[in-house]
Design a binder for this molecule. Structure first.
Ligand code: AR6
Ligand code: MG
Length: 308
């Protein structure tokens, strides 16, 4: 079956939002879960998304407004949109608040940690870059890095973002799962990613072993301990339903929403919107906004293709 570009872009962005929103209630310990469940009650019947999907949406809007990555504008837009109640990482939120108060992102991003944050926050929001530049992987890398460094200056956070962007790009080109991991293995340069991608590749040939996934690929908020987990999750569930992907994300545990968001973006780019169930979509907060943004991203992609 032929899947259109529009179906792949909307599938990917809705995949990020669904993974995030349906993963959030399962993240962290009992107190955190209780908090998310009670926040979810604000809009009866809707499943609330968190920082992952919020930053993804703002990134798309910024790409459209600025006709590509404009780091200073993007930093201001992310800072303006940041809300504590969306569950931002502590350092990321402080960085965004500093930018909101007038600090240059080039200073704000190294205030808490001198080498910058190595959290997975740069990778969780990067799917739009993979979609927009899926025809030009070097530009994809460059743009992924430009968006990452605004809040996550650490080389491991940047490489994590590049890998998720490339995985999304390959998936949107209909690359089969095993070939996606092979391609990422050739692209990776930092030891933790090279090692974990080799393990993930091997895991694709074996029955699912969740304790091994948790232990060897990781499930934390650190990029090096969640990016490859998400890539494995998407690739190992490429022929399954999105609900099955979510179930495995819940079973892995840890940073469930962000792992599911990263995986959802990759899965949706290959499978397309038509493979997402309306049951899940109906309850997603602001579903139309994600869909509309993804459609605008298709138009920008086509515009870039024409001018190349
Ligand atoms: N040195 C020590 N600890 C660090 C360093 C470092 N260089 N970098 C990060 N950490 P943050 P995120 C630790 O705040 O990556 C949300 O739920 C430190 O404890 O940049 O944007 C998102 O949805 C820091 O607070 O957040 C993600 O799921 C933490 O890593 C998740 O949180 C996270 O880094 C991470 O988002
Ligand atoms: Mg998260």
């Amino acid at each position: 079956m032929q899947i259109s570009l529009r179906d792949r872009f909307t599938g990917s962005i809705l995949g990020v939002a669904l993974g995030d929103a349906y993963g959030a209630p399962y993240e962290g310990g009992p107190l955190e879960r209780l908090l998310w469940r009670s926040l979810g009650l604000f809009k009866p019947g809707t499943i609330r998304y968190t920082d992952d999907a919020s930053m993804t949406l703002t990134l798309i809007r910024s790409l459209i407004e600025d006709q590509g990555v404009h780091q200073d504008m993007l930093a201001l837009r992310w800072a303006a949109a940041a809300r504590w109640s969306r569950g931002y990482g502590p350092s990321a939120l402080r960085t965004l608040k500093r930018i909101r108060r007038g600090a240059d992102w080039r200073q704000a991003n190294i205030h808490d940690y001198k080498d910058g944050s190595f959290g997975n926050g740069a990778a969780m929001r990067v799917a739009p870059i993979g979609l927009l530049f899926h025809h030009a992987l070097e530009r994809c890398d460059e743009a992924a890095e430009q968006t990452a460094v605004i809040t996550h200056a650490h080389p491991l956070a940047i490489e994590g973002a590049k890998l998720i962007a490339r995985a999304t790009a390959h998936a949107s080109d209909n690359t089969p799962p095993v070939a996606i991991v092979d391609a990422l293995q050739s692209a990776a340069s930092a030891e933790p990613y090279i090692e974990r991608l080799a393990i993930a590749r091997q895991m694709l040939d074996e029955p699912v072993d969740l304790p091994a996934v948790r232990q060897q690929l990781g499930r934390s908020i650190v990029a090096a301990e969640s990016v490859v987990t998400a890539i494995w999750l998407a690739c190992s569930h490429m022929e399954s339903t999105f609900e099955q992907l979510l179930q495995t994300a819940h079973a892995i545990g840890g940073d469930v929403d962000t792992i599911a968001a990263m995986a959802g973006g990759i899965w949706g780019a290959r499978r397309g919107r038509a493979s997402l169930s309306s049951n899940l979509l109906e309850r997603l907060e602001d579903c139309e906004a994600f869909e509309h943004a993804a459609e605008n991203l298709v138009a920008l992609h086509l515009q870039f293709l024409e001018s190349d």
